[in-house]
Design a protein around this ligand. Structure first.
Ligand SMILES: NC(=O)c1ccc[n+]([C@@H]2O[C@H](COP(=O)([O-])OP(=O)(O)OC[C@H]3O[C@@H](n4cnc5c(N)ncnc54)[C@H](OP(=O)(O)O)[C@@H]3O)[C@@H](O)[C@H]2O)c1
Length: 294
């Protein structure tokens, strides 16, 4: 039995889908208020709880062989300490007590770079250290940005031709197909070479962020109008938000770290993943074409 946290999220529901396609038994940790119909429909067992409650985490781990931690706080919710850090530490403790055989943790590319300004990056790094010291068998996946994040932006672009690009258009990224990442997470427990490894996960091409509107333009056959405010805009918004809501202001530190830095995998890292998992990662263009029917 797999336990998947964040099972209603962009990544988590794809992990559940991938596991159910392999007919694996899955317990999906969901909140009562979440949209979990699809998970139920696919034959996942639902565990209704809240990751802010340790007791729920302990109960969810009972009888489980594998845990995939795919939950996350919302950037603006200011919940990184409770959700990204504490819930994972409690999940690791509960997995250990339940004698779980393998723990897959979704971290983030750059977790080891010491972005002190970002509560999420700090939490991910601390959880990685905690998991590695736990004695559990583990795989840590450090993904770049998810391709599925771009779907609403692509839809907007289809309507308007406008693309908002904050910060340096030359900054490099290797956006990963969210479906590929889900497959890696689901299969990691069975891949010997992924045991006790920290794996950077990115798509097969390194793109400059400025190439994304070009890809949209090609998909929809229209010239992109790129609105490109400087990063200072985020700093300005952040100073204002800080006055009204310091937690949300802190959360914006994560957004700033994401916009101010490069997140890409080397060709060697991509080849390593493809060799370990024996499949080819898909490009951003391929992912978008599948979802947008273009
Ligand atoms: N998106 C990216 O580009 C990206 C890049 C690198 C790493 N990551 C990491 O990948 C993971 C998955 O990201 P995602 O984009 O799929 O996240 P997401 O769509 O925002 O989903 C977050 C999930 O966590 C659940 N959750 C939040 N608080 C909870 C609570 N108190 N109790 C129970 N469940 C709770 C949410 O449940 P509800 O549906 O009830 O809200 C949802 O299922 C996260 O750890 C994220 O940091 C994301």
């Amino acid at each position: 039995m797999f336990l998947v946290t964040g099972a209603t999220g962009g990544l988590g529901r794809r992990i559940v889908r991938s596991l159910r396609e392999q007919e694996r038994s899955v317990r999906a940790f969901v909140r009562l208020t979440a949209r979990y119909g699809e998970l139920e429909h696919r034959g996942a067992e639902l565990f209704i709880g809240d990751l802010r409650r340790e007791r729920d985490i302990q109960r969810a781990c009972q009888g489980v062989e594998y845990v995939i931690s795919a939950h996350g706080s919302n950037e603006l919710s200011g919940g990184a300490e409770a959700i990204d850090y504490r819930a994972n530490v409690e999940l690791i403790d509960a997995a250990k007590a339940a004698e779980v055989r393998h723990f897959v943790y979704i971290s983030v590319l750059g977790a080891d770079r010491g972005y002190e300004d970002s509560p999420v990056f700090k939490a991910k790094w601390a959880v990685e250290q905690y998991l590695r010291a736990s004695g559990l068998s583990y795989t840590i996946l450090r993904p770049a940005g998810f391709a599925s994040n771009l779907l609403p932006l692509a839809e907007q672009f289809r309507q308007t031709g406008v693309y908002l690009l904050v910060g340096d258009p030359k900054a490099r990224t290797s956006i990963v197909s969210t479906d590929d990442l889900a497959r890696l997470a689901a299969e990691a427990v069975f891949v010997e070479g992924a045991r006790d490894q920290v794996l950077a996960v990115g798509g097969p091409e390194v793109l400059e962020r400025g190439e994304i509107p070009r890809i949209f333009g090609e998909l929809f056959n229209r010239s992109p109008v790129v609105v490109n405010p400087p990063l200072l805009l985020v700093d300005g918004v952040r100073s204002l938000v800080n006055v009204v809501n310091p937690d949300a202001g802190q959360g914006l530190g994560t957004l700033r770290s994401l916009l101010a830095n490069e997140f890409f995998c080397t060709a060697a890292e991509v080849t390593r993943l493809e060799n370990l998992f024996q499949f080819q990662l898909e490009s951003l263009g391929h992912f978008l074409r599948r979802y947008l029917s273009v």
